[in-house]
Design a protein around this ligand. Structure first.
Ligand code: ISJ
Length: 275
């Protein structure tokens, strides 16, 4: 943790997920913090930009947080769920037990890893994976199953599917725990109380204005304001509490087991440092 007196020159480059799910997390963030330079991108690209030093703080896939021991989770604001999440789905063209090829949404890292964990745990499968580029349509890949996340997962693509998994729901039923998809992660020198406070305040403001956010965002996602509100209020969960921490830790253990993340006993979420 940096001392409060640290002097920084320049603005803090903060990267947020560009999907609907993030609107409540960045509500008024840039306006309230002139020193924050806020940009938006796909979760996978945010992770790459944080790793390369092109961002100082970013909302990155949780599995990417596991990769670098110098990273810390800087806020208790996050993207999680405690049941069906609605916007992270695997569409199966074959029964899950017969899946040999799995297409993975280019925007995802965490759900890509979660798909591997769940297919391995439930069906002892290790499918060959192929990328689904962000600008390619669902039908551009003929994989047995296709993972899509974020805005484009909200409306089911055309086609006949033998099964559709909502990964939040499948994880919950299987593990009994919440799932954390993404968290605010800072490079070490930006893990400051000011950033933590700014991100939590934006989330709190977002939660206090969910109805307005839903009404403003619904049309561009072809949703009713009520559907949009239900998604933001009931499917998603924006606070990393002890139950979410426990889900994150279980996910980490499974990711390690499959070589998807390095072992790491450091859980630096500020409220949980002592546990
Ligand atoms: C709930 C979601 O969580 C997302 C899933 C992520 C991933 O799979 O890497 C990363 C960030 C989140 O945007 C979603 O995209 O709908």
């Amino acid at each position: 943790m940096q001392a409060d007196s640290t002097i920084r020159v320049g603005r803090i480059r903060v990267g947020a997920v560009r999907y609907l799910n993030t609107k409540p997390l960045v509500h008024g963030l840039a306006a309230a913090n002139p020193d924050i330079d806020l940009s938006f991108d796909l979760p996978s690209r945010l992770a790459d930009k944080l790793a390369s030093g092109d961002l100082d703080v970013a909302l990155i896939p949780s599995v990417e947080f596991f990769q670098d021991p110098s990273y810390s989770i800087v806020s208790d604001a996050c993207i999680a769920c405690r049941g069906p999440v609605w916007s992270v789905k695997i569409f199966f063209r074959k029964p899950p037990a017969e899946v040999r090829t799995l297409a993975l949404d280019e925007g995802s890292r965490t759900s890509a890893a979660l798909s591997k964990v769940l297919l391995s745990e439930r069906f002892d499968l290790k499918p060959q994976t192929v990328p689904l580029p962000i600008d390619s349509g669902f039908d551009s890949v003929d994989a047995d199953a296709v993972l899509i996340i974020g805005d484009r997962a909200i409306h089911a693509p055309a086609g006949d599917f033998v099964e559709i998994w909502d990964l939040g729901q499948v994880w919950r039923q299987w593990s009994g725990k919440p799932f954390v998809f993404a968290a605010w992660v800072a490079r070490p020198e930006f893990d400051t109380p000011q950033i933590a406070a700014a991100l939590s305040a934006a989330r709190d403001a977002g939660l206090a204005h969910l109805q307005e956010i839903a009404a403003a965002e619904a049309p561009r996602h072809r949703l009713t304001a009520e559907q949009c509100l239900t998604y933001l209020r009931d499917n998603l969960h924006f606070t990393l509490g002890p139950d979410e921490e426990s889900g994150l830790s279980l996910f980490h253990a499974h990711a390690v087991q499959r070589g998807l993340a390095p072992p790491n006993d450091r859980w630096t979420h500020h409220d949980c440092e002592a546990t």
